[in-house]
Design a protein around this ligand. Structure first.
Ligand code: ADP
Ligand code: MG
Length: 276
């Protein structure tokens, strides 16, 4: 991948995040549209480390249909690390929720299957995503759903990882991330992804973050208390028993009881033949 910043023309901003900005760009020579994530150089070495981890993981996952496709990377003279990816023209599930409203069960069943395909692939290669949430799941015009944003992902070692490192978006963190002694029976980072998936599907169905009542302002301390001390949220009665059970399997407080990504792929919620 012999590419540099001069090969691309910036068209628009697709998103801002922690350490950078994602642009819609056009490759001047071929006119192909891509997304370019520019991680701005700063003196804090963690920004750069995260960008390089993301490159490392994306380039190992190019044959997974449910991970956003990597097309190369380069470093600008300024030290900015730039990652070239396929452009996902329908944006993230967070924007979809804001613009078109809550998702139907049948839509969520295909979304869940696609995310689980991606997670099964990653977990089998010892990669924990660690930041699964609506804004990190992208969709394209072909209705393909892909996992993106590997900035805080991690290759999990054979030994148990210390899990008191605060990464990811706190709200979607699982109980064992806060209190490993109580909920971390066999903490491995993979089951934390499943917890976040459960919360993500829940939010897309009801339209608000599960631990907060609709419209309530997020208050970090009470949110953490709710995650650790209250029962896991359960879906409203309007949801089918298959869907309710699926979310229960994701939101077991004890990490060891949560289903794995591969197990969840066999859950009746995904296999059920649903009309519309
Ligand atoms: P951050 O680490 O800043 O959260 P992300 O990789 O999650 O970076 O990108 C931020 C936002 O930019 C996403 O939520 C999404 O809206 C948009 N985005 C990122 N990558 C793409 C892409 N390949 N195609 C379209 N939009 C994207
Ligand atoms: Mg993100």
């Amino acid at each position: 991948d012999n590419i540099s910043a001069g090969d691309f023309e910036k068209l628009s901003v697709l998103g801002h995040g922690n350490g950078g900005t994602v642009y819609k760009v056009r490759h001047k020579l071929t006119s192909i549209i891509y997304a370019l994530k520019i991680n701005h150089y700063d003196s804090d070495p963690t920004t750069r480390r995260r960008a390089l981890t993301e490159v490392n993981i994306l380039r190992r996952a190019t044959d997974c249909t449910n991970v956003v496709k990597y097309h190369g990377s380069f470093e600008k003279p300024t030290g900015d690390v730039c990652i070239l990816m396929e452009y996902m023209d329908s944006g993230s599930l967070e924007t979809a929720l804001k613009t078109t409203g809550t998702f139907s069960e049948s839509k969520l069943s295909t979304v869940a299957r696609d995310i689980l395909n991606g997670l099964t692939y990653l977990h089998a290669r010892n990669i924990a995503h660690r930041d699964i949430k609506p804004s990190n799941i992208l969709v394209n015009i072909k209705n393909e759903v892909k996992i993106a944003d590997f900035g805080v992902s991690k290759f999990m070692g054979r030994t148990l990882e210390a899990c008191n490192s605060y990464v990811g978006t706190c709200a979607y963190m699982s109980p064992e991330r806060f209190d490993p002694e109580v909920y971390g029976g066999n903490y491995n980072g993979f089951s934390a992804d499943i917890w976040s998936l459960g919360l993500t599907l829940f939010e897309l169905y009801v339209g608000y973050f599960p631990f907060l009542q609709s419209g309530q302002r997020p208050d970090w301390a009470s949110l953490m208390c709710a995650i650790c001390f209250s029962d896991p949220p359960s879906l409203p009665e309007t949801a089918s028993s298959e869907f309710r059970n699926f979310v229960e399997c994701c939101l077991k407080k004890e990490s060891g009881e949560r289903w794995s990504a591969a197990q969840l792929l066999t859950h009746p919620f995904l296999c059920k033949d649903m009309e519309s």
